[in-house]
Design a protein around this ligand. Structure first.
Ligand code: ADP
Ligand code: 5GP
Length: 199
């Protein structure tokens, strides 16, 4: 019997270190996979189509919404983002734990449809540190950084429905905490499994 994988929703202000922490946690675990989103945002330098995102235009995005190809979708700082549904469903069926790096509105949509999804919010140690990480990443204009900081404050206020909170002070600790949450969730009491073993 293949146990269905867990759907892990990770959210947190842009620049907190979500991608850095997820990819660090994935290094040591073959049971984790990352769901690559579609976005209408232009690629940043160094981003590769199909790796960080599938970069598509608004017409294609609207078509995907119309065809119900997205598990959730949202607008974030003037761009559209969405999670392709078939990949997520296929990986969960195979027993993989699937990570969605999505913002708060999308997280809410998924949690309503799939209450068994695990919700994790990640925060920087301070807003000053967030600004310095966004500046240090060097991928956003000063205006885009201001917009992301403003959105970050709103997101933190909307984040009270998440089950777990990680403060990303250092990457190693945050990745270990992320991995530990997934391990604990996999050990939740499962009456079907217990019954099967007892047969
Ligand atoms: P997000 O995916 O949340 O937008 P990134 O993973 O792109 O954020 O990280 C934003 C920047 O912060 C990157 O330059 C990354 O190297 C840096 N960073 C991530 N985690 C830490 C940390 N714990 N301490 C210092 N810098 C970090
Ligand atoms: P960025 O432009 O910095 O890569 O991402 C901006 C925000 O969009 C981040 O908070 C990220 O988590 C979120 N995001 C990325 N992909 C998706 C998605 O498929 N759906 C939703 N709702 N948010 C996403």
């Amino acid at each position: 019997m293949i146990k269905k994988g867990k759907l892990i929703i990770l959210s947190g202000p842009s620049g907190t270190g979500k991608s850095t922490v997820v990819f660090k946690a994935m290094e040591g675990r073959a049971d984790l996979c990352f769901s690559t989103s579609v976005t209408t945002r232009p690629p940043r330098s160094g981003e590769v189509d199909g790796r960080e995102y599938f970069f598509i235009d608004q017409a294609r995005f609207d078509k995907m919404v119309e065809n119900n190809e997205l598990l959730e979708h949202a607008c974030y700082v003037s761009n559209s983002y969405g999670t392709p549904r078939p990949f997520v469903e296929a990986q969960l069926q195979k027993g993989m734990n699937v990570i969605l790096d999505i913002e708060v509105q999308g997280a809410r949509q998924v949690k309503e449809k799939m209450p068994e999804a695990v919700t994790i919010f990640i925060m920087p140690p301070s807003m000053a540190e967030l600004r310095s990480r966004l500046e240090g990443r060097g991928t956003d204009t000063p205006e885009a950084i201001d917009a992301r900081i403003a959105r970050a404050r709103e997101e933190i206020l909307e984040a009270d429905f998440y089950e777990y909170l990680i403060v990303n002070r250092d990457v190693e600790t945050a990745a270990n905490e992320f991995s530990a949450i997934i391990s604990a969730e996999q050990c939740r009491f499962d009456p079907l499994l217990a019954k099967k073993i007892a047969e």
